[in-house]
Design a protein around this ligand. Sequence first.
Ligand SMILES: NC(=O)c1ccc[n+]([C@@H]2O[C@H](COP(=O)([O-])OP(=O)(O)OC[C@H]3O[C@@H](n4cnc5c(N)ncnc54)[C@H](O)[C@@H]3O)[C@@H](O)[C@H]2O)c1
Length: 280
Amino acid sequence: MRRLEGRVAYVLGGGSDGPARPGEPLAMGNGRAIALRLAAEGACVVVGDKVLDRARLTVEHLDGEGLAVEVDAADPESCRAAVERARGLRGRLDVVVCNVGVSGREPLRAQSLDDWEFADAVNVRGHWVTAQAALEPMLQRGSGSFVFVGSTAGVRSSRRSLSYEATKAAQLAVMRHVAVRYAARGIRSNAVVLGNIDSALVRREFGSGGGDARGAIVPMRREGRPEEVAAAVAFLAGDDASYVTGHSLVVDGGVSAAWPSPPAPAPAPDPVPQRGEGTS
Ligand SMILES: NC(=O)c1ccc[n+]([C@@H]2O[C@H](COP(=O)([O-])OP(=O)(O)OC[C@H]3O[C@@H](n4cnc5c(N)ncnc54)[C@H](O)[C@@H]3O)[C@@H](O)[C@H]2O)c1
């Protein structure tokens, strides 16, 4: 199906950072899989990434026209400039996917201000600034679709990183605000809320092993794949979801539907507070 024929999509964080799955030549992250899928659906895809070569690699594999742009989500001016370049390609922008996200690993006692501010800058501010820059021309045309790549950690605590959980919750608030505020003017805004995905990101952060253990706590008994994330994003981005807005589509193999929750590994012990804050 080519549900996005003639449309232009911009994927923020459309490269991929981390090792490939065994036997695969191309490291697959959520952002890259989304870009490839939107192109396969007929969209002309602009891939934004902090590392231009990662964006270029994605564009090389697109089925159709694309453009790689360098962008730092932590820098508002850079976010705005990237949206302008995306719009300049064909004079329109139909779909914006805010995929980029950084995770910390600091629980409350170790939460540093720097980590908090960086997570906010990338996971929240970078997303709303991008949406703001893309919104105006969409409003003029009377149509546009945003998809934010979220995490179940924004809905339930993963017991690891305070900044990640808080910023992923805030990201969903941004998604809902855009949805409700501009629904009557042809704009849709939705999110995918991801559980354990066998992505290059996870391989980078947790090593290439451990997939079986992560999958074991999932009712489907496996991790998800970036391509499955991309399929959900493609649905939300296009007209099949024409009456869907403000929605968080959970892509987690059933984890958040389960009660009692599947047993998760115990979190690492709290690190010793660094700044004389907190008590032992
Ligand atoms: N993989 C999982 O299990 C999982 C689970 C829940 C949520 N997520 C969400 O998925 C999203 C990312 O998935 P991915 O697989 O594409 O990750 P990824 O780490 O491969 O990142 C994609 C790209 O983002 C780029 N990037 C990093 N910082 C950037 C910045 N400041 N500005 C612009 N680009 C930047 C990287 O260079 C990389 O190419 C995040 O929003 C994350 O919270 C992933």
